[in-house]
Design a protein around this ligand. Sequence first.
Ligand code: G3P
Ligand code: MG
Length: 236
Amino acid sequence: MIKIGHRGASGIAPENTRSAFLKAIELGMDMVELDVQLSKDEELIVFHDKDLKRMAGVKRTVNSMDLLDLKALDIGSSFGDEFKGERIMTLKEVIELAKEKLSLNIEIKEMGRKRKLVVKKVIDLLEEEDFKSEVIISSFNKKLLNMARSMDKDISLALIFSSSRVKALKISQELKLQAVHPHHSILTEGKVKGYKGLGLMVNTWTVNDKEKADELCGWGVDGIMTDFPKIFKNEE
Ligand code: G3P
Ligand code: MG
């Protein structure tokens, strides 16, 4: 079973930061999930929210600011004084940190009319960094995944969803996806077996309870995303 730190080890360090990714490595995670968007000057940055309010106390959207200005923000203090001065990372910086230590689940956030640009930039960067084989690109957005598939026929892609109404099997076959990323609350043992029977990996999110993780493991899920890596203690 693949142990995946959600936004790094985001239960114990500010999400999507160097500290959160280093904690994930220290605590034995195999992979981290992270969120990618574009800054105003079209740099790939690692950040979850659309705006900077919760993390940096700033009433601006992420994509209304250039990378240099985003880099000036402190996104650690809101989590705890010991993380003061933590900075937003670029995707390139995270790949450099991850090399030979972690694989990455890169969730691309919906970027509207810049959707195609963000997908192309991610795939180009993975090629430049020779890191494509260590990555799953995931998204809630079918159109975005479709663009990724037309740009690269081999790259690992996963659909994220949290409703049983999403036709995940149909979409997975149409877009030749490698994995599904359902929320754990909509999974059953039967569904896990159904996805796996069609050759799909099943990575589920966000599981912060050890008993639930054990149950999902028993159902045969391939990967579990958690904010708290310690839930995997006593597991291989
Ligand atoms: O990739 C799974 C999960 O991260 C999707 O939701 O809001 O945490 O990015 P969110
Ligand atoms: Mg995410």
